[in-house]
Design a protein around this ligand. Structure first.
Ligand code: FES
Length: 105
């Protein structure tokens, strides 16, 4: 198994919030805490040049701050126009209190 990439401490991401992380060799990432369940996606909206971590987490969706498009945090699928292209999501592991993902293939 490839070495995991440590993104941040789980405690850095408050429940119902997102947190931007930069990791070597990866695009800018967003870490989300949905009531103790952690998810990671690319942070750049697929509709334009906006960081999803500047937007709003509502339930299990994130709303882009630019045009109000939305994505499922769990699957990356777009859930509200004008977003139609999914955001990349990554399987998450919690290791010793750190949110981790596998390197991109
Ligand atoms: S840039 Fe995100 S909805 Fe347009």
């Amino acid at each position: 198994m490839a070495d995991l990439i440590k993104l941040c401490k789980a405690e850095d991401v408050a429940p119902g919030q997102s947190f931007q992380v930069d990791a070597d060799g990866m695009p800018a990432l967003a870490v989300y805490n949905l009531e103790g369940e952690y998810f990671v996606s690319n942070n750049m909206c697929t509709h334009g040049m906006a960081w999803l971590t500047d937007g709003y987490v509502e339930g299990d969706e994130v709303e882009c701050p630019f045009h109000g498009g939305r994505f499922s945090i769990r699957t990356g699928e777009p859930t509200a126009f004008p977003c139609v292209v999914p955001i990349q999501t990554y399987p998450v592991s919690l290791v010793d209190g750190f949110v981790c993902i596998e390197p991109a293939a």
